[in-house]
Ligand binder design. Sequence first.
Ligand code: GLU
Length: 294
Amino acid sequence: MSPRPVLRFAPSPNGELHLGHALSALVGFDMARRFGGRFLLRIEDIDITRCREEYVTQIYEDLAWLGITWEEPVLRQSLHFTTYSAASDTLLKLGLLYPCFATRSEIAEATETRPAVTDPDGSPLYPRLHKNLPSEEIAARLTRNEPFALRLDMERALDALERMTGKRRVTFTELNETGRPETVEMDPDDWGDAILVRKDVPTSYHVAVTVDDARQGVSHVTRGRDLFAATSLHRLLQILLGLPEPIYHHHRLLTGADGLKLSKSAGDTSLTALRRQGISPQEIRRLVGLSGNA
Ligand code: GLU
């Protein structure tokens, strides 16, 4: 008998949930129910300066009000930094990470003079400033306690990927909007030497999400299309770390009246505000374009 599917909703408590989050949570919850699967809630609070406890409380209240139930205990990423460090240590030992001491302004200066090469998020591609620092310089900077990030040496990572899979690209299965599986092939090199351990916290979104989806046994990752491109990096990390491959579904995004993606900073459609205005959970389903019950 194959194990029960496991799905999850993984919000970051750095603002109030809005209609876009309601869609994301409901898409995952509905799919879990359709598949007879389990549903988990994970609080992605690695960004300890931006995440706030009151938003965590609001997440629990908003989701319960929407009729969503999840298994306890809820995983809080901020309590698991050592687990994420173990994964980045593995990559470090494989020679796939290097320290980058460059400051924001040094990176900005170096990218200013280059043609506009950007990553899928639209940020300038890191110009590999500190990729080949001599070991004496690394040692000297470490002695001076200079803060550093750990970046993925993409070239070496792709060499390792090729040795392991025979290809320098990754593939994954994406369930499209009609639920049909499609094979997607992507080039992780689009992200360049991405930061895997930040300067300010001992991990990154990419490492934490990959490690947690694996250790929580998530079989179907449902999330918005804004994270579609990041999946190439997650698949690369899964392969390098020997983690299982989930199935993905990147759902449509809701747009505001201005046609732009709804964001927490827009503050226009907070679920708490809608709830206090007396809107019903059923009405929320209709507003986000979902029909009936699950
Ligand atoms: N924590 C991420 C967010 O709130 C979602 C991560 C994911 O679903 O992979 O945007």
